[in-house]
Design a protein around this ligand. Structure first.
Ligand code: ADP
Ligand code: MG
Length: 554
């Protein structure tokens, strides 16, 4: 790095003295400026900001004390070290006065120039240290502020904008650019303070150009400074592309991995320095942390979304499985009903056969066929037809269409469908149908629910008993209660009856109540059971009224 020579301002009206001092300092590698009076001294101190002032006390226009006082009053010159050079004859009180005004030291004429140099150097070193400390603490303060600001942003978009804004402001930069890389080192985000977001492929060329700042940092993972065009022909490409006169770049690293690069450039005027680079590196560290946080946050959100998708997928699968269960149970119920149905169909067949026989005999004997007899046969055929159509109704593949369902009609249909079976099982049926609002639902599914409850009740009364089906309105919806005087259940059994495949019967599928539960839930309803062993069971179903149903679907 090329440091400029330290500058000493010699304020002395005596030409011989200043010539001598100039020699001494120049020989030691200082640059020297001369001021012949206090006014010029003040002016040069303000414009040149020397690293040290050697100040004669007795000077024309403004004396050394006054110059010092004015320097100290102005923040831009307040910290320049001042050494008074006083005539030996002067009073010690003068020295005290000078020191009080803010001089850093004094030396009496005639002086030993080794001593003068040593003092000058020590004052300058002290001031440099002080300056560095001051800068350091300012940097630290800025970093704490920057870190806090950055960590408030969890969105990557927002965050990258802020990083560029901070870099631009911190260095008064004309150009600032942030590139983020994926774990494979491919650019995934490019943004600069002039164009905003850019497509990642806009930096491909720079990444492949060994003379670009971007490529240099990408390769080494180290910060890099190009103070001016003359200094580093090796990294000129980047500067040329953006018309910069001075630029620097720092990596965004997290646990050794390169997350990105931050580049800052100036168009003209000031050139960037080593301390700028140090600051940029520290900003890069803060930015890397914040970027990593934002990425983790995004990953987490993504994960949550995936999880939600998975849950949705699973519930779709469950719904499909449930539909399959409904189908299976329907087949099982159908099988169990088949025997009863066969009987029901068989019953009217005999009278039909009898009627037909009589009719054939009459017609063969040339007699008029008795239409009364044919009427009886027709009635019996109608009966079979209605049994078959009800059966078909039930066996028809279910759709998920919801319509207004009249619960009284529903109960009647199921009771008619099971009437013969119940009769043969010596079960007396009581229906108490009070007023109840229609429900919005799938009538096939609701029929199946009721059929399950009625068949279960019947199966719970092997020696016969009473079956009571009640319907009434409650809470804006409709209650269907199915009560039997059967064997009942203990608590242990009740706890499991809605589990699929739970059955206490030799021929049971254990699906009836599981399916029932699913259908009732799908309708936004509830199902409850009360039972006592040896006395009977009551299933109470509640379905919301049509206007209460929201979006639930089976
Ligand atoms: P399945 O009828 O094929 O056994 P369900 O799911 O319909 O399957 O019924 C599960 C079990 O619940 C039955 O095995 C029986 O133990 C019990 N259960 C259901 N309804 C009644 C009832 N009304 N009275 C007594 N027990 C019943
Ligand atoms: Mg059952």
């Amino acid at each position: 790095m090329n440091e400029r020579k330290p500058l000493v301002l010699i304020a002395d009206d005596e030409q011989s003295a200043s010539v001598l001092l100039t020699r001494i300092f120049e020989r030691e590698g200082f640059a020297v400026e001369i001021a012949k009076d206090g006014e010029i001294a003040l002016e040069k101190a303000r414009s040149l900001r020397p690293d040290l002032i050697l100040m004669d006390v007795q000077m024309p226009k403004i004396n050394g004390f006054e110059v010092t006082r004015q320097l100290r009053d102005n923040p831009s010159t307040a910290r320049i070290p001042v050494i008074f050079v006083t005539a030996a004859a002067r009073e010690p009180s003068d020295v005290a006065h000078g020191l009080k005004l803010g001089a850093d030291d004094y030396i009496r004429k005639p002086y030993n120039y080794h001593e003068l140099l040593a003092r000058a150097q020590s004052k300058m070193r002290a001031r440099q240290l002080e300056d560095r400390l001051q800068r350091r603490s300012e940097e630290l303060e800025a970093l704490v502020r920057i870190g806090a600001e950055l960590n408030q942003r969890l969105g990557l978009e927002d965050l990258t904008e802020l990083i560029l804004a901070i870099a631009t402001q911190e260095f008064d930069a004309t150009y600032a650019e942030l590139v983020l890389f994926d774990p494979q080192g491919r650019p995934i985000l490019v943004r600069d303070n002039q164009n905003g977001m850019l497509a990642p492929d806009t930096v491909f060329a720079l990444l492949e150009n060994p003379n670009s700042l971007l490529a240099a940092v990408y390769r080494t993972g180290e910060p890099l400074l190009v103070p001016g065009p003359g200094n580093s022909p090796g990294t000129l490409a980047h500067l040329e592309q953006y018309g910069l006169s001075s630029a620097m770049a720092a990596p965004l690293k997290h646990h050794g991995a390169l997350l990105g690069t931050l580049i800052v450039g100036l168009h003209s005027g000031r050139s960037l320095s080593g301390s700028d680079l140090r600051m940029l590196r520290l900003i890069g560290e803060q930015a890397a942390l914040a970027v990593r946080n934002a990425q983790l946050y995004a990953e987490l959100q993504n994960y949550a979304q995936t999880l939600e998708d998975k849950v949705q997928q699973r519930s779709r699968e469950l719904q499909a499985a449930q539909a399959e269960l409904i189908r299976t149970e329907k087949l099982a119920a159908l099988g169990r009903m088949a025997a009863g149905i066969a009987h029901e169909v068989n019953n009217p067949l005999q009278p039909i056969l009898n009627c037909l026989e009589v009719a054939i005999e009459d017609s063969e004997a040339g007699r008029l066929v008795d239409s009364e007899i044919l009427r009886v046969a027709e009635n019996e055929v109608q009966r079979i037809k209605s049994i078959v159509s009800r059966l078909l109704d039930f066996a028809r593949p279910g759709n998920s269409e919801h319509t207004l369902v009249d619960v009284h009609e529903l109960v009647n249909e199921v009771l008619i469908l099971t009437a013969k079976q119940l009769e043969r099982a010596h079960v007396s049926v009581y229906a108490n149908l009070s007023d109840a609002p229609p429900v919005s639902g799938n009538s096939t599914q609701l029929k199946q629910v009721l059929l399950n409850l009625v068949l279960n009740a019947m199966e719970a009364m092997p020696g016969g008993g009473d079956l009571e089906v009640s319907v009434y309105g409650e809470g804006g919806g409709t209650v269907i209660a199915v009560r039997d005087t059967g064997v009942g259940m203990d608590e242990e059994t009740v706890a499991h009856i809605f589990d699929p495949f739970y059955s206490t019967k030799d021929e049971g599928t254990g699906l009836g109540l599981a399916v029932t539960y699913g259908i009732v839930e799908g309708h936004g309803g509830t199902i409850q059971v009360e039972s006592s062993p040896g006395r009977g069971t009551c299933f109470t179903l509640w379905l919301p009224g049509a206007n209460q149903m929201s979006a639930s679907r089976v």
